[in-house]
Every structure is written in C-alpha cells, then in structure tokens.
Design a protein around this ligand. Structure first.
Ligand code: PMP
Length: 433
C-alpha cells in the first residue's frame, strides 16, 4: 500500500470497546478514537448485527434507481437530533465530500436567488476542512495547503480566536467580539456581493488542537452573516455526533447555522459515511432552480447508512452523548492537573471529549518548544510504546507549536480514564527525563 506514514507500525488485529490489539496481542488504549472517529468504541455487537442484517438484504442500490429504508430512516433520525430547522440531509462518504457539498449548495443557493456574483466562501486560519482541492482552498493550515499552490482558487480567510495566546487586557467576551469583527472587515474588503458563505469549525479540530472560541463570538458571527445575507456553515465533521457532549457543537452556543457538514463520528468508523444537513428553505430554493447539481456514486449507500443509524440508536439508547459531557469534564480536569507537574504544558482546552494540551517553553510568553525537538512526534511515540494512542500536530495554525489531542471513544469510563492518565503520565515523565 502507498506509504501513509514513515513510522513503523504493527498490523492491527482487532478493536474492542476503547481498545485495539495488534497481531502480537499487545493492547492499546485508543486515546484519539483513530482520528476522532470511533465515538461509540470498536466492534460494538449491536451495531455489527444491524449492519449484518442490512448486508444480507443489499449492500448497494444506486440512489437514482431506488429509495432505501436505511438512508431515509437515518435522514429522519439526524433531522430529529439536529437543532430546529436543520432537516434536509444529503449523504456522502466522508468529511471532505460533506464540506464540498456545503460549498456547492451555498453557491447554488446564491445562483437560485439570482446573486450570481456570490462565489466566495470565507474561512479561517487555523482551520482544516478537507483534502480535496475545493476544501483545501478553505483550509487554513499551510503545511497541507501551500504545496498545492496555486490553488484552483484560494479563498479569503480571517484569523480564528486563539485567545490563549493573546496578551491584552480584554475580557473573554470582548475578545470574542473582537475576533468576530474580523469577519465583518473581511466581507467589506471582499465586497459583500461576492461572498456566498462563511465556514468554521465550531470547536477547532486537528489543525488547531481543540480551539474553543469565547461564547460571544458565535452570536456576533451569526449577526454579521445575517446582516450581509451570507450563509453560515458549521463544519462539524469532527465535532458532530456527540464528540463535544452535544449532538452538534452549535448547541453549546445557541446559534443555528444554515448548513452543517458531518462525518467521522456519524458512522463512527463502522462505515465510510458523511452528511450535509441544511435548512429546508435553502434546499427548496435550489430544487426550484433546476436541482442540486451534485452527488457521488456512493451517496446514500444503504450499508453505510445502516451503520450510521445503528450508531445513532446506540448513542441514544446507551446515553453516550451524556457520557461524553461527563467524562469530558473529568478528563479535562485530569489533564489540567498535569500543568502543575509539567511546566512545559502551557494550555489545556477543548469541549466534551474533544480535548487537547499544548507544549510551550515558557508559559508567560507561550513560546513553543524548539522545533528541532520534534516534541509532537516524540511524546506520541513514548505513549504508543506504552500502549496509548494520542494524536499530535506541530502547528498552531501557521505558527509553530506542539499540540496533542486526547479524544477517546465517548463510551470511556472513569476507571478507563485512570488507565489512560497513568500511561500518559509515564510517557510525559519519559519525555521530561
Ligand atoms: N473537516 C474537518 C473539521 C475535519 O476534521 C476533517 C478531517 N480531519 C475533514 C473536514 C475532512 O474529512 P475526511 O478526512 O473524512 O475527508
């Protein structure tokens, strides 16, 4: 297989709950749910049985030839779990496809309203929205985006609130408003008549290390989008499906976006699945104007949808989202306590079980550790050797900095958090030695 990593890794044998086992029988705590995917844990027998039942009937039916109960039931379930008004669902096979779908829907909506000049989608840095050329044009993460310059057409970007780095006398609320005004400034600079949408991760993902914006940011962003008739897109590929302790992260902020992308936790690693969820009025306008010019061969695949439905049923029946909120608070407190012991941990942040800590050489200035240390790789290896998987990146969006995501499956128990913390502490001790 085309080499995806330079690191030697063992062959995976099986997954069970929050654990993985390699072929030698060694056990690992999946402390990052893969790439923040496996929200309900591995090899859940109830989910596998429901998938098997679907498999026995059909694994494929092209969406233009048949409706399927799997996709319609899943769409109904998602609409039920979503905030008010977000009730039109379009299925895809992953996160990048979900974000592409949001961009194309926003642009077709502008066309449907006769606003042909609105083609831009403003995004933020740091941010990650996917690996296709369309989503990369929105991604504010230079190491992945710049090698593909010139982009098909790069999109305008504004800075996301990285308030933990700010050394000013503002309150959190004032900082949130200050960063939101960057959107207004950018819209005016670009010309409001050229902007179709603004896209953001409600809690930052892999490129940012679980950045959380002040509450005041969200309300103001919504107001600014409304002022200029610009659609608000939340990329909930990572945050959606319970990861932050709510079904979607927008629920924390009392703000309803116009379009949402989801993937990762939706089928939680049981199948490749993503979804775009939009307000009815947007979809209806596009449908009345020739229909949505978009779709993939595997859109609405019945097996993937059966997996997604089984995952969401499991979440509801087992109270998994509530557990994510509770265990998230516990794990965050335990990670924060590490700051007393390790002076090089400069920040602990996140929501629910989308948590991260960041290394610094000095907490006053929040200067990162020297680049040559490759701390982000070293700690991950020290933890891996000891049977804990965490996820790291050397970036704080354009600037350097080592951050680590700790995002176990949402089914984790308090006892398993003890286990995770014991291994993490051993790895940090070895790093500090
Ligand atoms: N958006 C966000 C917020 C993500 O975190 C990711 C994946 N890390 C994507 C989009 C792209 O998803 P995929 O890798 O499934 O294409």
């Amino acid at each position: 297989m085309f080499s995806l990593t330079k690191l030697p890794r063992p062959f995976l044998d099986r997954g069970e709950g929050i654990y993985f086992y390699d072929e030698t029988g060694k056990r690992y705590i999946d402390g990052s749910s893969g790439a923040m995917v496996s929200n309900i844990g591995h090899s859940n027998p109830r989910v596998l049985a429901k998938m098997k039942a679907q498999m026995d009937r059909s694994t494929f039916g092209y969406r233009l030839h048949f409706r399927t109960h799997a996709s319609e039931d899943l769409a109904t379930k998602i609409a039920e779990m979503m905030p008010e008004g977000l009730d039109r669902v379009f299925f895809v096979s992953g996160g990048s496809e979900a974000v592409e779908s949001c961009i194309k829907l926003a642009r077709q909506y502008a066309l449907a309203k006769g606003e042909d000049s609105r083609w831009k989608v403003i995004s933020r840095f740091p941010s990650y929205h996917g690996s296709t050329l369309g989503t990369l044009a929105l991604t504010g993460y230079d190491p992945l985006a710049r090698p593909f310059d010139p982009m098909l057409r790069d999109m305008p970007k504004i800075a996301a609130p990285r308030t933990y780095l700010d050394r000013d006398n503002l309150t959190e609320e004032e900082r949130g408003l200050k960063y939101a005004e960057l959107l207004r400034d950018k819209i005016l600079e670009e010309g409001p008549e050229t902007v179709a949408a603004f896209i953001m991760e409600p809690v930052g993902g892999a490129s940012t290390g679980a950045l959380v914006a002040p509450d005041s940011y969200f309300k103001r962003i919504r107001e600014i989008c409304d002022e200029f008739g610009i659609l608000l897109i939340f990329d909930e590929v990572m945050t959606g499906a319970g990861r932050t302790g709510k079904f979607v992260a927008s629920e924390h902020y009392g703000v309803i976006p116009d379009i949402v992308s989801m993937s990762k936790g939706l089928a939680a690693g049981y199948a490749p699945l993503g979804a775009m969820v939009a307000k009815g009025e947007i979809v209806e306008a596009v449908e009345a104007h020739g229909g949505f010019l978009h779709g993939y061969t595997y859109s609405g695949n019945p097996l993937a949808c059966a997996a997604g439905l089984a995952v969401l049923e499991e979440m509801q029946e087992q109270g998994i989202i509530e557990n994510a909120a509770k265990m998230g608070d516990l794990l965050k407190a335990r990670l924060t306590a590490l700051m007393e012991r390790y002076h090089f941990i400069g920040d602990v942040r996140g929501k629910g079980l989308l948590l991260a800590f960041e290394f610094v050489s000095d907490r006053d200035t929040m200067r990162p550790l020297p680049k040559e240390w490759n701390a982000y790789l070293e700690l991950v290896e020290l933890a891996y050797e000891r049977g804990l998987i965490i996820y790291s990146r050397r970036t704080r969006g354009g600037s350097e900095g080592d951050h680590f995501l700790v995002c176990p499956p949402l089914i984790i128990t308090a006892k398993q958090i003890d286990e995770l913390m014991a291994i993490l502490t051993e790895a940090l001790d070895a790093f500090a030695a």
